[in-house]
Design a protein around this ligand. Structure first.
Ligand SMILES: [Zn+2]
Length: 384
């Protein structure tokens, strides 16, 4: 939601292409049947059958080696049309409960899962009339939400998520892993942060440089070899679920953070009301791009094992409208055997329903605080 706000659905950085909220541009929106207005963001290279993604089975838990039990199976990627048939297993170890993609793409083929992703430059070129109209309608929807947010007490949660829970008075050196189109970093730079971004997607980085003139790095976090202790804060918005090696990446983040530096993670929450409700059609699953999904307690344990002290762990309904709308679209596409891109129909009633679902979830969080669509974790690196 590059335009009016940040949103979820990112891409990657430490191993894959880049992220949604801060970053990218086209994100599923409840207002349209498909993905965002502002851009017609698909770089569908062709509608021919794309090359197959080679896979390996993963029947045991990548974190604890517990046995995996099938959670969802036989899933097609209706959002971006990546080839293949996918499923998710859940670790039966009650102290772990990690969810992972099974089978998993081999590392060399993961790029095929992102061929049609939404961070590509055509997103930034002048859109046609209908795209501009959709963009305006969407901006109006966002304006309406902002007004209603103060009534429903969601305004502060939204503001906090937009600045990734960084203290508005703090300043320092900030790295955004999976920076996508750079819009989050640009905002933080305006607030006095010294910013750096890294993303695997060269097209997203080139567009961000052109748009904001930011210093950005193309590549994965491990290969970048930033100096030890060189950042005061590292943010990873919708990134960790895309990584082949989340534990090793967190250890690298700890190395490049100064002692007591801040890590902020935002990731889809598989314990959410949305997952419970939409099941295999839940937007947060996003096969085959999401390789791991972390229940809040699993995420906490992983971060602590990597040498951090968790200072805040919460879930939020700020993007529950997007999750709800996209999940409904995924369900319909599967029912009609349609494989991406989703049609860009304007659906005001659906937008209204999505907004109501968002406020309903926000109110429910008082009773079930860990049932929001996204988990936000803030941690400090312990002294080595
Ligand atoms: Zn496990």
């Amino acid at each position: 939601m590059a335009v009016a706000c940040d949103s979820p659905c990112a891409v990657v950085a430490a191993g894959v292409p880049s992220s949604p909220e801060s970053s990218n541009t086209a994100v599923p929106s409840p207002f349209f049947d498909g993905l965002l207005p502002e851009t017609a963001a698909f770089s569908y290279v062709s509608m021919e059958e794309p090359p197959q993604i080679r896979t390996i089975p993963r029947s045991t838990c990548p974190l604890c080696e517990g046995r995996g039990v099938e959670l969802h199976g036989n899933l097609r990627d209706v959002l971006y049309g990546a080839p293949g048939c996918w499923g998710f297993l859940r670790c039966e170890n009650p102290r772990c409960r990690l969810i992972w993609l099974h089978p998993t793409p081999v590392r060399q083929d993961i790029g095929l899962a992102y061929r049609c992703y939404f961070t590509h430059p055509e997103s930034f070129e002048s859109p046609g009339l209908s795209a501009r109209l959709r963009s305006r309608l969407y901006a109006g929807y966002q304006c309406l939400l902002r007004g209603l947010d103060s009534l429903f007490g969601l305004g502060s949660a939204r503001d906090a998520l937009e600045r990734r829970h960084l203290d508005p008075r703090s300043r320092g050196r900030l790295l955004d892993v999976g920076c996508g189109d750079g819009s989050f970093l640009y905002r933080m730079q305006q607030q006095g942060w010294q910013v750096t971004g890294i993303d695997l997607d060269p097209q997203a980085i080139a567009a961000a440089r052109q748009r904001y003139g930011l210093e950005l790095v193309v590549g994965d976090l491990q290969s970048a070899r930033f100096a030890s202790g060189s950042f005061d804060a590292v943010t990873m918005n919708h990134v960790i679920e895309h990584l082949f090696e989340p534990r090793e990446t967190l250890q690298e983040v700890r190395r490049i953070l100064r002692p007591a530096g801040l890590l902020v993670l935002v990731t889809p929450n598989p314990d959410s009301m949305g997952h419970q409700r939409h099941g295999a059609h839940w937007f947060g699953l996003d096969p085959p791009r999401h390789l791991h999904l972390f229940p809040p307690a699993t995420l906490r344990a992983l971060v602590e094992q990597a040498g951090f002290r968790v200072v805040a762990l919460e879930t939020t309904a700020v993007h529950a409208d997007i999750f709800w709308g996209a999940s409904r679209s995924i369900r319909e596409a599967r029912r009609h055997h349609r494989i991406g891109p989703l049609p860009q129909k304007v659906r005001p009633l659906r937008a209204l329903r999505a907004a109501l679902e968002r406020y309903y979830e926000h109110v429910q969080l008082r009773r079930h605080p860990l049932a929001g669509e996204e988990t936000v974790l803030v941690a400090r690196s312990d002294a080595p």
